[in-house]
Design a protein around this ligand. Structure first.
Ligand code: HEC
Ligand code: HEC
Length: 233
């Protein structure tokens, strides 16, 4: 018994907090390994489209995030975290449960479906265009504090569960960033929390303004902001 406790403590100390951030994983790991069925993904997505819209673009005002184009691994982690109560989302919680989505296979299917949707070419942006001092300030903050995880162009990393943040709505990101900084988003990566804890509100607005204006690669975008999802015709 003593030995067990010792190895457990040693393991915890060794892995550090970053491991806890990715713990919890039975269902997550299961979903990641499954071969997705896009047709079932569309069926499951129908209920989600009520809020995230048929195109998966969410809303500019930030109420609903864009899901289109987001890494599958990131969405699976977020949904599994929401289901397990590690990330608060009272509006969506009932829809995230197995009785709404289904088990791991359906989770895998729905995120594979949204990942391949083309992204919104007209996402919600902050108020400071290129050329303003706030834009430059945000760019500098981004380069110094975020590139390491979210990538030079905000592309994130599918493999490491780092979200793609280019093309996401300003108001949504601002809310999430503030929650991560202030500890309200409990599933957040502890290294990100550490990195941004000294950010003032102005720093936060400037860096998110910059992120909201990073161009999304053309091949990932819908042909126009009027595009509608033909699967819903
Ligand atoms: C009743 C509205 C509603 C429905 C239905 C809904 N969602 Fe959501 N969803 C939200 C809201 C609101 C948020 C943002 C919560 C926040 O601010 O933290 C969200 C966030 C998410 C996120 C996190 C995105 C990120 O960038 O971290 C994922 C993933 C997601 N939803 C997937 C789904 C899927 C899949 C379905 C269908 C099974 C679904 N949602 C149905 C309202 C909804
Ligand atoms: C150590 C890696 C790391 C660093 C540094 C980091 N992030 Fe993050 N960020 C993450 C991870 C991981 C998540 C997803 C958190 C989770 O698992 O819920 C995230 C989430 C976010 C989100 C919410 C995305 C969504 O779809 O919900 C935003 C916005 C964000 N980060 C912006 C930033 C900005 C801006 C910076 C720099 C000031 C930054 N991050 C620095 C790893 C990092």
């Amino acid at each position: 018994m003593k030995f067990k406790i010792f190895t457990l403590l040693a393991a915890l100390a060794f892995c550090g907090s970053a491991a806890a951030w990715l713990e919890g994983g039975g269902e997550r790991d299961e979903a990641l390994d499954l071969e997705p069925d896009l047709e079932n993904g569309l069926d499951v997505y129908e209920v989600c489209s009520g809020c995230h819209l048929p195109e998966g673009w969410g809303k500019k005002d930030g109420t609903f995030p864009q899901l289109a184009g987001q890494h599958r691994s990131v969405l699976i982690k977020q949904l599994a975290d929401i289901r397990e109560g590690n990330r608060d989302n009272p509006t969506m919680y009932p829809f995230a449960l197995p009785r709404a989505i289904g088990e791991a296979q359906s989770l895998a299917d729905v995120v594979a479906y949204t990942e391949k949707l083309p992204m919104n070419p007209d996402n919600g942006k902050g108020e400071w265009p290129a050329g303003t001092p706030e834009f430059d300030m945000g760019k500098k903050l981004y380069e110094d504090n975020c590139v390491e995880c979210h990538g030079k162009d905000g592309e994130g990393s599918a493999e490491k569960f780092y979200p793609k943040i280019h093309g996401q709505h300003y108001a949504y990101m601002l809310r999430q960033f503030e929650w991560v900084r202030d500890g309200k988003r409990r599933n957040a990566n502890p290294d990100m929390v550490e990195q941004i804890k000294s950010f003032s509100n102005k720093d936060m607005q400037a860096v998110i303004n910059y992120v909201s204006r990073i161009p999304v690669p053309k091949e990932d975008l819908a042909p126009s902001a009027d595009w509608t999802n033909p699967d819903f015709d």
